[in-house]
Design a protein around this ligand. Structure first.
Ligand code: UDP
Length: 331
């Protein structure tokens, strides 16, 4: 019996695979390596290279392997890119989910844990954001993921495929043993970009907007450690296998940090000056996104181990400082 991790070569997926294997599970990875890295895949996982939009590829996996649940990370996730290339997001994200759910239905696979996003909430009406708050995305990325959530709800009603949608806030950090980490090309996320400046790979950080409706004018986000996130997926699989109903949970720390605060924290962790300048707003960014995460704590029993952004940044720094070229540095 195995868990299929779609997108297991990516940043979050690779940490999920590591966590599952350390918890004694057999893992099958499906990944087209479009943004993931072969070297990020845990050597104890069985790897199928291919695209989840390819029905024959999925059938091969489901025919060959005894898959009991799917964890789905195989999606594009960059907000600004989705603003300029919306159809790329509807094709891969939303379209990929159609093929995956059809294949799961035909092979009688009943459980899926899905990486959804705080971007499905759009501009929140109040903070912290609750799972029951309106989902009105303001960018194609968020909409592509909301459509995937809604498709799963209909697939549950029609075919009995049970799902957990985990709505991530801002994921950061790396495996504490330093073996895997975040390596996007090109990099767009705040924490790795700040650390690339600390490493001297970039001259300075551009902070996108300082006239937002927040205490210091820069966006406020809620950072959660990637291994805590992976733990929540393991709890979600258990929740589904225990026969519970389909559900959605926010995954965040319930504490907001502004972009300026993140920069300061990174300066403290790295001891580097990290030059920064103010730059224009980036399209598609809401002022603040902070999660109410008590539902995941109460129902899934989730208890994140990292509650200080300094500790989150420190694990990311361990990876970045030992792998200055990302996965290209590995043996
Ligand atoms: N950000 C920034 N400079 C950068 C990259 C990101 O100021 O070079 C800001 C971005 O505008 C947002 C926050 O950092 O306010 C987090 O952005 P990120 O892309 O990491 O995650 P997202 O919130 O889009 O999922």
């Amino acid at each position: 019996m195995s868990i299929l991790v779609a997108g297991g070569a990516g940043y979050i997926g690779s940490h999920m695979v590591k966590d599952l294997i350390e918890n004694g599970e057999d893992v099958v990875v499906a990944d087209n390596l479009s943004t993931g890295h072969r070297d990020a895949i845990n050597p104890k996982a069985k790897f199928y290279e291919g695209d989840i939009r390819d029905r024959q590829f999925l059938d091969k996996i489901f025919d060959n392997e005894d898959i009991t649940a799917v964890v789905h990370f195989a999606a594009f996730s960059i907000v600004p890119e989705s603003m300029s290339k919306p159809l790329k997001y509807f094709d891969n994200n939303t379209g990929g989910m159609i093929t995956l759910l059809e294949a799961m239905h035909d092979h009688d696979i009943k459980y899926i844990v899905f990486s959804s996003t705080a971007a499905t909430y759009g501009v929140p009406e109040h903070m912290p954001i609750k799972e029951t708050d309106p989902q009105k995305p303001i960018n194609p990325y968020g909409l592509s993921k909301l459509m995937m959530e809604e498709m799963m709800a209909w697939a549950d009603k029609a075919y009995g495929i049970k799902f957990v949608a985990l709505r991530y806030f801002n994921v950061a950090g790396a495996a504490p043993d330093g073996t895997i980490g975040e390596d996007h090309g090109p990099e767009t996320h705040l924490v790795p970009i700040i650390l690339q400046v600390a490493q001297g790979k970039r001259d300075e950080l551009s902070i996108f907007g300082d006239d937002y409706n927040t205490p210091d004018g820069t966006n406020v986000r809620d950072y959660v450690h990637v291994m805590d996130l992976a733990d929540a997926h393991i709890l979600a699989i258990k929740y589904l296998k225990e026969g519970n109903k389909s559900n959605a949970f926010n995954l965040g720390s319930s504490t907001g940090f502004s972009n300026k605060q993140m920069l300061e924290a990174a300066r403290e962790v790295t001891g580097e000056p990290i030059p920064a300048k103010m730059a224009p707003r980036r399209p598609g960014d809401p002022d603040s996104l902070v999660a109410a995460s008590d539902k995941a704590r109460n129902i899934l029993g989730w208890s994140p181990k990292y509650d200080d952004v300094h500790d989150i940044i420190a694990t990311a720094w361990k990876w970045h400082s030992t792998h200055p070229k990302g996965y290209d540095d590995r043996d």
